[in-house]
Ligand binder design. Structure first.
Ligand SMILES: Cc1cc2nc3c(=O)[nH]c(=O)nc-3n(C[C@H](O)[C@H](O)[C@H](O)COP(=O)(O)OP(=O)(O)OC[C@H]3O[C@@H](n4cnc5c(N)ncnc54)[C@H](O)[C@@H]3O)c2cc1C
Length: 558
């Protein structure tokens, strides 16, 4: 059995920032991750991170943009924390070594981003996540924080109403081990890969979120799934909003800048939910190109600017679509991108389960409400990663580690679960997974309606039955990817069910959740958060109030 004061599950930005903070506060902290930390999805972030750094901007303006962007579902006290602490966290990253792009006079350069009234997105070319993650990884190495790499956490251990650690599998030899901790921090990222078309890394299966769900923690606002307007046709690799921030145009097959019809003021820089729906509408009504896409044109920016500010997406377009954006428009379509919902927690990362914290994309605090603004998610990882590390460190000073017996019991039952999965005739995980992805894409996508959502709920229920018969044919004991996929599939099916059920229940359109049978936002009945609890019959939904402080809900106009 391995024991630490605090163990952080996840080596992305939120996890590493939490680890560093807990370490700086004198606790014995370790990080555990299913891949090497710098392979976490944070590394792929392109466009930038928001902070009101200059005189003409303010945290209040940032907060107003965030709340409007969220379609008024964000908790405004949490948004205040996010926007107030942003400048300090971003400058701290710079002091630790992040190579932000610069203005002519040497300040951190900031670009316009969707839904923002001010250019406040700080960037490092279009490789911002790469720069930030390497900076934090260096700091974690420098602090000599223990990192357990290539361990998949398979379940949390709860003893006497407290989370006392977890069970994890070491993928190089498939051995299970119990980890005990006074506090556990979930920083496991999003679940993009339960959709067919996603910008997310293939490791983003949301298993961390389902760990909390199993431990009795509610999942919040899971029906709010962000679809990014511009993903590369074919692979759905992200083409950053920075491309539009730098002045890119969207065209339909009649060479019209169609955003004029949908968001006359902000055009291509309207929030993501609006741009994604506009593109989908153009395609659905026959004004897209064959194959279901529109064009993103940045040719007029010129090679120098493209190389300097958008070099990464130029390379991606050349490598994956054979198109050089300096010469031709990029074919783009919407794809799943981000999970606004997640493990319910407060602005200190504390979940309702004592000893369990959450931060980053897996958490729902909620600062993004029904629709996240670009650049606010990287910000969330460093602001709330720090806060979770800080509060977990405070908590462990007054707590003992418990639950040795509970760990041994959990270890034994997890060993049994895994041996039940192995061998024999059964379903292939890939068949069930692909069916899940397809129903999520078709019926729980950009546009939703009752019939489709009911079908999705029913299909996923059947898939969960089928999922019980999944068996692993490969007997490999080292890096058995079939086994890892089979383990995580269970969580994917559960999250799909929570998302579809929450979306079916929510009879309104708000932010990224758009019902063609309930076109209006309905504050009277639905200005509230969804909480999904696990039960043997599937998710049980409850609701809770949204915190409103300074911004009263208004109609969004862009
Ligand atoms: C292509 C792309 C571009 C983006 N660009 C931007 C941008 O420009 N600006 C912005 O604000 N946001 C952007 N985002 C969103 C943002 O990057 C992410 O929300 C954020 O980086 C998530 O960080 P995280 O630390 O929460 O999770 P991740 O970076 O996803 O890390 C999750 C970690 O958890 C570990 N893990 C997961 N499950 C387990 C388990 N069961 N056991 C052990 N370990 C586990 C993984 O190994 C990994 O280390 C982008 C996202 C994508 C996909």
């Amino acid at each position: 059995m391995i024991t630490h004061d605090i163990i952080i599950i996840g080596g992305g930005l939120a996890g590493l920032r939490a680890a560093l903070e807990a370490h700086n506060r004198g606790t014995d902290v370790a990080v555990i991750s299913k891949v090497h930390p710098i392979r976490s999805h944070s590394v792929a972030a392109q466009g930038g991170v928001n902070a009101s750094l200059v005189h003409d901007d303010s945290w209040e303006a940032h907060a107003l943009d965030t709340v409007r962007g969220s379609d008024y579902l964000a908790d405004q006290d949490a948004v205040e924390v996010l926007c107030r602490e942003a400048p300090e966290r971003v400058l701290e990253m710079e002091h630790w070594g992040t190579l932000f792009s610069r203005t002519r006079d040497g300040h951190i350069a900031q670009r316009p981003f969707g839904g923002a009234g001010f250019p406040r997105t700080c960037y490092a070319g279009d490789r911002t996540g790469h720069n930030l993650l390497h900076t934090l990884h260096e700091q974690v190495l420098r602090a000599r924080i223990k990192i357990y790499r290539e361990w998949l956490v398979t379940r949390l251990v709860v003893d006497g109403g407290r989370c006392t650690g977890f069970i994890a599998m070491h993928t190089p030899d498939s051995k299970l081990e119990a980890f005990r901790a006074k506090a556990t921090v979930l920083a496991t990222g999003g679940y993009g890969r339960i959709y067919q078309r996603s910008t997310n890394a293939i490791i983003n299966r949301g298993y961390g979120i389902s760990l909390a769900y199993h431990a009795g923690v509610p999942l919040q606002d899971m029906e709010f799934v962000q679809f990014h307007p511009t993903t590369l046709l074919g692979t759905n690799i992200l083409i950053t909003e920075g491309a539009r921030g730098e002045g890119g145009y969207l065209y339909n097959n009649r060479h019209e800048r169609f955003m004029e019809k949908y968001a006359t003021g902000m055009m291509e820089l309207a929030p993501r939910d609006i741009v994604a729906r506009s593109i989908q509408t153009e395609v659905d009504e026959g004004r897209g190109f064959d194959g279901g896409y529109v064009q993103l044109d940045i040719t007029h920016l010129g090679e120098k600017k493209i190389e300097e500010r958008l070099g990464g997406i130029r390379q991606i377009s050349i490598d994956f679509a054979g198109i050089d954006p300096v010469k031709e428009p990029i074919p783009v379509q919407p794809g799943q991108h981000y999970s606004m919902g997640g493990v319910s927690c407060d602005a200190n990362g504390a979940t309702p389960l004592e000893g369990l914290y959450a931060a980053g994309e897996c958490a729902c605090i909620s600062v993004h409400g029904a629709n996240r603004l670009g650049g606010n998610s990287l910000l969330e990882t460093i602001v709330f990663g720090k806060r979770a590390g800080e509060h977990a460190a405070g908590y462990v000073q007054e707590t003992d580690v418990q639950g040795e017996n509970a760990h041994l019991d959990s270890l034994a039952s997890e060993e049994q679960n895994i041996s039940d999965l192995m061998g024999g005739d059964g379903e292939s995980f890939a068949v069930v997974r692909d069916e899940l992805r397809s129903v999520m894409q078709q019926d729980v996508g950009v546009f939703r309606n009752q019939a489709g959502l009911q079908k999705a709920v029913e299909t996923i229920r059947e898939l969960r039955e089928k999922g019980r018969n999944v068996r692993v044919k490969s007997g490999a004991t080292s890096f058995n990817f079939e086994l890892l996929n089979a383990i995580e599939l269970k969580g994917m099916l559960e999250l799909g069910q929570v998302i579809a059920k929450g979306a079916l229940a929510r009879e309104e359109s708000r932010g990224a959740h758009y019902r063609t049978d309930f076109l209006e936002r309905d504050d009277e009945h639905w200005l509230r958060h969804t909480l999904a609890y696990q039960t043997p019959e599937g998710p049980r939904l409850e609701y809770k109030e949204v915190t409103i402080t300074q911004f009263q809900p208004k109609q969004r106009e862009y």
